[in-house]
Write a protein that binds this ligand. Structure first.
Ligand code: 6GU
Length: 224
């Protein structure tokens, strides 16, 4: 998969996408991510990318021309399956969408700042608008990093244990059961004996019960 990201603060995206599983995906050639700085496409001698909003009101709006110039350049090089705008008024991002996006080849993500981008860019180019939750971030970059991470780890071959992405919380609409590692006793707290029993059938049943119990307690909304 290839992902292009348009940003006025490309530095914000470097670190989160350069470690751990994301770095492994890149090293294995399964994922390439290019962050494109919008600033050189800005207008005038100050490379302006934003302006006051028509009709008045606080907050700047990102202008059409710089975004269009960069998007057109990128579109001339690739055919995108989705052009995604990260925005708090977008569709709430969830695992189902991550699963679907992980099957695509080319994605373009646009990170807005200030009051957002001119509505006409959304009409002209954007095919999918995503929000990562009901709170406001100062820009789309951290949201883009969240979306890229959640997609990247689903690409076949990225996670060592091929089954582990499938047993995640949310993958089957249940929260994950508790997990333990050595030592078997720590500060007087013992690992549930069943997990040491070697009885794989009983262990699987125990995990399903704990997952259901935890979901009922913490996220009954997931059970519908
Ligand atoms: Cl995608 N962008 C911004 N700026 N804030 C957000 C968001 C996105 N999702 C939740 N809050």
């Amino acid at each position: 998969m290839h992902i292009d990201i348009i940003s006025t603060v490309p530095e914000l995206l470097e670190s989160p996408l350069s470690h751990s599983i994301m770095q492994r995906a890149k090293d294995k050639g399964l994922l390439t991510v290019n962050v494109h700085d919008l600033r050189p496409y800005g207008l005038g001698k100050h490379n302006s990318v934003d302006d006051y909003q028509f009709g008045g009101g606080a907050g700047m709006v990102m202008r059409c021309e710089p975004l269009a110039a960069l998007i057109d350049e990128l579109k001339s090089r690739r055919t995108y399956d989705e052009i995604i705008y990260l925005t708090p008024d977008g569709e709430r991002f969830a695992q189902r969408r991550a699963n679907r996006l992980s099957l695509q080849n080319n994605l373009l993500m646009i990170c807005g700042h200030y009051k957002g981008i001119d509505e006409r860019i959304r009409e002209e180019y954007v095919t999918l608008e995503l929000s990562i939750g009901d709170y406001v971030l100062s820009g789309g970059e951290l949201a883009a990093a969240v979306v890229v991470d959640s997609i990247g780890r689903l690409l076949p071959g990225v996670i060592g244990d091929e089954t582990s992405a499938l047993t995640d919380t949310f993958q089957d609409d249940l929260l994950a059961p508790p997990v333990y590692t050595r030592p078997a006793e720590w500060r007087g707290r013992e690992v549930p004996a069943i997990l040491l029993s070697g009885n794989t059938g009983a262990i699987e049943e125990w995990r399903e019960e704990r997952a259901l119990e935890r979901t009922e307690e913490r996220r009954p909304d997931l059970l519908g």
